[in-house]
Design a binder for this molecule. Structure first.
Ligand SMILES: C[S@@+](CC[C@H](N)C(=O)[O-])C[C@H]1O[C@@H](n2cnc3c(N)ncnc32)[C@H](O)[C@@H]1O
Length: 259
């Protein structure tokens, strides 16, 4: 551990960084204390009878920036009976854990993409991991699928990568043309902030992305959204639902209304 003198020298050299580090530590302590007083999240009341869903529910008891959305990702994805699920952003694989289970139930293919090596995230036999920048990959993705006899249109697209506005705009431009005529798109971190709240009344520590993901969606739909509350909205060809807690999850459903 760095000595007090070394830390003091660093703080004198770069006082702004020292303030940020201090803020991080104070916040971290506050979040731990607050959650400690709140206790553990309640276990789900009654088993569903679907083993894969129960695994997801148990997994979702571990608090994280996405845990409360995991059962929702499962249910929403199962509802569309996908053939091809594409996950952009794997890290330690919380969302992968959910998608591989739905994919197994639907005999679907799951393709996960990350700029880092996440090749150990799943052992589902129909899982493919591609280590790549997601925007760079998109133009060659249909050919990549065709070469492997996989469906070339995406039924479920999950986007959880940099959370930076410019990058999210590029992801929308690059990946939306690859969606099936009826498809589901999840964006995580559409309500990202320094301290975010969960439904179980606990809090988590995040970072301020300057509304990057939501701003990209606002631009795409030429609409402003209030990410701090849950909402449902309809646009030509799209149903939009937003869940504000746990850093925010926005679900876009591409639909043909026929009117
Ligand atoms: C928030 S984490 C994903 C969390 C994951 N979905 C989960 O539920 O555990 C973001 C991930 O996106 C990846 N990432 C960031 N920029 C990327 C890019 N341009 N292309 C592909 N992956 C990227 C990072 O390497 C990181 O693993």
């Amino acid at each position: 551990m760095a000595s007090l003198a070394t830390n003091l020298k660093k703080a004198i050299r770069d006082p702004w960084k020292a303030v940020l580090v201090m803020r991080e530590r104070v916040l971290n302590g506050y979040v731990k204390l607050y959650n400690g007083l709140r206790g553990k999240p309640a276990s789900p009341a009654r088993p569903s009878g679907i083993a894969a869903f129960e695994e997801v529910r148990r997994y979702a008891l571990r608090r994280s920036d996405i845990n409360e959305h995991l059962p929702r990702l499962f249910v929403e994805t199962l509802r569309v009976r996908p053939r091809l699920i594409v996950e952009l952003g794997v890290r330690r694989g919380a969302s992968t854990f959910v998608f591989e289970r739905v994919a197994q139930l639907c005999e679907a293919t799951l393709v996960s993409v990350d700029i880092e090596d996440c090749a150990e995230a799943s052992d589902y036999p129909h899982w493919h991991f591609i280590q790549s920048d997601d925007v760079a990959l998109a133009p060659r993705f249909p050919a990549w699928c065709a070469e492997r006899n996989l469906p070339t249109q995406i039924d479920v697209l999950f986007i959880d990568t940099s959370h930076i506005y410019e990058h999210t705009v590029q992801e929308i431009d690059a990946w939306f043309p690859l969606l099936a005529p009826q498809a589901l798109v999840f964006f995580h971190d559409t309500n990202q902030r320094l301290v975010y709240a969960r439904d179980d009344k606990s809090i988590g520590q995040g970072w301020n992305n300057d509304r990057g993901v939501l701003r990209a969606l606002e631009e795409y739909f030429d609409q402003s959204f209030n990410e701090q509350i849950d909402f449902a909205h309809v646009e030509p060809g799209w149903i939009i639902r937003h869940h504000a807690r746990c850093s925010g999850l926005t679900i876009l459903e591409k639909v043909n209304f026929g009117f």
